[in-house]
Design a protein around this ligand. Structure first.
Ligand code: 5GP
Length: 183
């Protein structure tokens, strides 16, 4: 999908495809350096983190393993419920492993906070977080995020893995939708 495919449905482009790829290359270089000589397991959070995971992993020089978790926190609306359920658990035993959670976006931080507690209880060697986007509301919960792509305003965004009612995940950029779509 491209910008023009959305026509009047697109309100603005917040982060361009090129900015995303440049930032992921920058984060990957830091991750390569930080995990030099150590094993690394990337844990992607479905479904939003699919794009970040695919592009970040391919930019890394490190021979990482990848696994996925699916959790629900939002339903199909645009407000965080704070209620987290595991829809799909990891297939990998993380005991003794270096885990890097790969996230699309941190809004309130409630989902991530819950996830970190859950993963930490499994006895990993380390757990860190890489998130492409972060909203200011995140201060509500104190979660340590080691690698952050972009701090964005407190708006509902779509694209690059992020959906509105399951659509627009296949945009290569991050943008906002025109208000008439929410009505
Ligand atoms: P949190 O628990 O941090 O409030 O919410 C985290 C999850 O909510 C994200 O992984 C994402 O799935 C969803 N989310 C939060 N903000 C947005 C947004 O602006 N757009 C979309 N599409 N999803 C969001």
């Amino acid at each position: 999908m491209e910008e023009k495919d959305l026509g009047a449905d697109l309100a603005s482009v917040l982060v361009t495809a090129e900015q995303i790829q440049d930032k992921l290359a920058e984060l990957a270089a830091r991750i390569d350096e930080d995990y030099q000589g150590r094993d690394l397991l990337l844990v992607g959070v479905l479904r939003g983190a699919v794009m970040v995971m695919a592009d970040l992993a391919r930019t890394l020089h490190h021979p990482v393993e990848m696994d996925w978790m699916a959790v629900s926190s939002y339903g199909s609306g645009t407000k965080s419920s704070g209620v987290v359920r595991i829809l799909k658990d990891l297939d990998t035993d993380v005991a003794g492993r270096n885990v890097l959670v790969v996230e699309d976006i941190i809004d309130t931080g409630l989902t991530l906070s819950w996830l970190l507690t859950n993963l930490s209880s499994r006895g990993p060697a380390s757990v860190e977080v890489c998130a492409l986007l972060r909203k200011p509301d995140m201060i509500r919960v104190d979660v340590p995020v080691r690698y952050v792509g972009f701090d964005i305003p407190n708006e509902f965004v779509i694209g690059y893995g992020l959906d509105y009612a399951q659509k627009y995940r296949n945009l290569p950029f991050v943008g906002t939708l025109a208000p008439h779509l929410y009505a």
